[in-house]
Design a binder for this molecule. Structure first.
Ligand SMILES: [Zn+2]
Length: 233
């Protein structure tokens, strides 16, 4: 089971579980929609994973913990004061049923991490569909390196970003990438999904290599130039 629960304006809280096993929750923008979903579907939670420190990723954690006090919360150093119970910046997490790889992916923040679980990449605000996160408290070189690391994963990787930014990203992609019928068609398809209030996510790494300029940037200079241009878009 892989479910994006819409939260706040444009966040997703991701849930993942193998059949009949407890779920893993990735980032908690706010508690209400998550608690409602868990209750409605009678789901047990095995662990919470935090990608980074921003409030639209950890804002619902305190209230969630009041309802699920025994669930471990894994996150990078920057989330230590925000409710993470186990700090992890790289390596592997072993829960009762799952093995999760932690991929350092700084750039948006200083120690943002992404999680790889059964071929699903939970990449927070590092990689979006058609785009990437803004560089806030990390730097451009870190972000470029992080994207190279994610890009090296198998093409079949299912990519689960934390925001519904696809339409704005594709608008920008069409400005900087060579004209392509595929990209135009893809943007139309995604826009039709959004008109029906459907998520454009998850995506795959293979698809992102086709539509995402930030995975096509040839070097740090080009990456930085595009990222700064997108900030003004
Ligand atoms: Zn963020």
């Amino acid at each position: 089971m892989l479910v994006p629960i819409p939260a706040l304006n444009d966040n997703y809280i991701w849930l993942y579980a193998r059949e009949n096993l407890p779920v893993i929750v990735i980032d908690i923008a706010e508690s209400a929609p998550l608690l409602a979903y868990l209750q409605q579907h009678q789901l047990e939670v095995e662990a919470v994973l935090l990608t980074h420190k921003h409030s639209d990723h950890v804002g619902g954690l305190a209230e969630f913990k009041q309802h699920y006090p025994n669930v471990p919360v894994f996150g990078p150093t920057e989330t230590a004061q925000l409710g993470a119970t186990q700090i992890i910046n790289e390596g592997e997490i072993h829960t009762a049923h799952y093995q999760i790889q932690v991929l350092p992916s700084a750039g948006h923040t200083e120690n943002h991490v992404s999680f790889l679980l059964d071929g699903h990449l939970f990449c927070g605000d590092t990689l979006f569909s058609g785009g990437c996160g803004r560089v806030f408290t990390g730097d451009y070189a870190q972000m470029f390196d992080s994207l190279q690391r994610l890009k090296a994963l198998p093409d079949s990787t299912i990519v689960c970003p934390a925001h519904e930014y696809t339409l704005s990203n594709l608008h920008f992609a069409q400005k900087v990438l060579p004209k392509s019928v595929f990209l135009t068609d893809y943007a139309l398809k995604m826009s039709a999904l959004r008109e029906r209030h459907q998520p454009t996510l998850p995506t795959t790494l293979a698809r992102e290599k086709q539509i995402n300029p930030f995975l096509q940037a040839e070097n740090l200079t080009q990456f930085t130039q595009w990222r700064k241009l997108k900030d003004q878009d």
